[in-house]
Write a protein that binds this ligand. Structure first.
Ligand SMILES: [Zn+2]
Length: 198
């Protein structure tokens, strides 16, 4: 995965050390934040999200601003030909997408060669907490949810090809994946985000 296209390289975009990053962004109408994982390796980033939590070549965790937040400060479905970050099906208007870069080849019982780590999860929660504070987004189940929670509501939750389960599990487990996993992990992520705003 070293032959990354420019659009998948950290260096292509504004990026910062996770620990010291503070949002310095255009103001505007942002009402919701969706959390994801990329289902790729630790270092490839994607402009389908606004912010990627990635691992640099030297092992540091970085936050990468892969998409202009302004492009989603509108009803994107009224002008779908204009560019925007398409991170969560049918839910991209006035919404930010943030994502952990990990989970290539992961299944619910085997997270594969690029599993989630506590540091990556904390990094995502820190980015979510700071963006929620910056844009006045309440950290509750209506305004900050995982792609998996949205998929439960919208009827495409699961680990099959056209389904989504990010972020319905924080560690691999052999029992089968159920919608309650999405809800439980969504609540855990929100609790961790709230803790970071205190
Ligand atoms: Zn997703």
């Amino acid at each position: 995965m070293n032959d990354r296209k420019p659009e998948n390289r950290i260096e292509t975009y504004p990026h910062w050390d996770l620990a010291t990053w503070r949002p310095d962004l255009p103001t505007g109408r942002i009402e919701r934040i969706y959390t994801h994982w990329s289902a790729h390796d630790y270092g490839s980033v994607f402009p389908a999200y606004h912010f990627c939590v990635a691992t640099a070549d030297d092992g540091r965790l970085v936050v990468v601003n892969t998409h202009d937040v302004c492009e989603n400060m509108r009803n994107v479905y009224e002008g779908p030909e204009q560019p925007y970050a398409a991170h969560t099906r049918g839910r991209n208007s006035f919404a930010l997408g943030i994502s952990i870069m990990a989970m290539h080849g992961a299944t619910p019982d085997d997270f594969g060669p690029y599993p989630l780590t506590e540091a990556l999860i904390d990094g995502l929660c820190l980015v979510g907490a700071r963006l929620a504070a910056y844009y006045d987004v309440p950290i509750d189940a209506e305004h900050v949810m995982s792609h998996a929670e949205a998929a439960v509501i919208d009827g495409y939750f699961g680990s099959a090809e056209e389904e989504r389960w990010d972020i319905a599990r924080l560690r691999a487990e052999t029992r089968s994946l159920v919608p309650q996993d999405a809800i439980d992990v969504g609540e855990e992520l929100r609790t961790r985000m709230r803790r970071m705003t205190e």
